[in-house]
Design a protein around this ligand. Structure first.
Ligand SMILES: C[S@@+](CC[C@H](N)C(=O)[O-])C[C@H]1O[C@@H](n2cnc3c(N)ncnc32)[C@H](O)[C@@H]1O
Length: 204
């Protein structure tokens, strides 16, 4: 597919394939919520994993079947200078951090702290934090603004949107806005390569 045809639109397809059509050094920021890796069943599985097992929801399974980390090499290739936010599950933090740290990029671990998490029992902690990893190459300029610079954000889960879009960890729009305003300039090109798979777009 021609790169020009992907700009300012939603392109339906397999991101692992489509990303190959994006030229080197053509994207200013990657902002994405990657498929989580959630282990199912057995002792120690998270409340979310248990819920997914229970409801057998195809979409939920799709967003929790993990990621092929080879795509991170593509993130490095397609960005003008690495500038990248990756929302991920706790289980994925180590591998992603290792990948980018070994390449010498600057990083931050950002959090969204939820004030109304689902109550937890069964010897587990409350599921009240979502993690977003941020990586940048030296030379990426951060914009000024006190609120933009905070590494954590606190808000309740937006239950209405969560139900509407059937996404278990739908992110607060205000937080996404702050992240983007902190790390981009006007007319920058931003890529989200894990927005929602083509077969899940209809009806959402
Ligand atoms: C954690 S979710 C992010 C959801 C999204 N931010 C939203 O608001 O719905 C990860 C998404 O990646 C999509 N996905 C998984 N594998 C994909 C692939 N190979 N190509 C394109 N999308 C994919 C899943 O369908 C899922 O919607």
């Amino acid at each position: 597919m021609k790169f020009e045809d992907m700009i300012n639109t939603i392109t339906l397809g397999d991101s692992y394939e489509l990303i190959k059509d994006i030229p080197d050094k053509s994207i200013d920021l990657i902002y994405t919520d990657i498929p989580y890796l959630i282990t199912h069943g057995g002792k120690g599985s998270s409340p979310l994993a248990r819920k997914i097992d229970k409801v057998h929801n195809v979409y939920l399974k799709d967003i929790t079947n993990g990621i092929n980390y080879k795509i991170l090499e593509e993130f490095v290739r397609i960005t003008k200078k690495l500038n990248c936010f990756i929302w991920c599950s706790k289980e994925q933090i180590f591998e992603i951090l290792k990948f980018f740290k070994e390449k010498g990029y600057l990083y931050e671990i950002l959090t969204w702290n939820k004030t109304n998490p689902t109550p937890a029992t069964n010897n587990v902690w409350l599921p009240d934090i979502e993690y977003c990893l941020y990586f940048r190459e030296s030379g990426i300029k951060l914009n000024e603004g006190y609120e933009l610079k905070s590494k954590w954000y606190e808000s309740p889960i937006n239950k209405k949107d969560k139900d509407k879009y059937k996404h278990p960890t739908i992110k607060p729009l205000e937080l996404v806005k702050r992240h983007i305003l902190h790390t981009t300039k006007k007319d920058d090109l931003i890529l989200d390569c894990f927005s929602r798979k083509w077969n899940n777009l209809c009806g959402s």
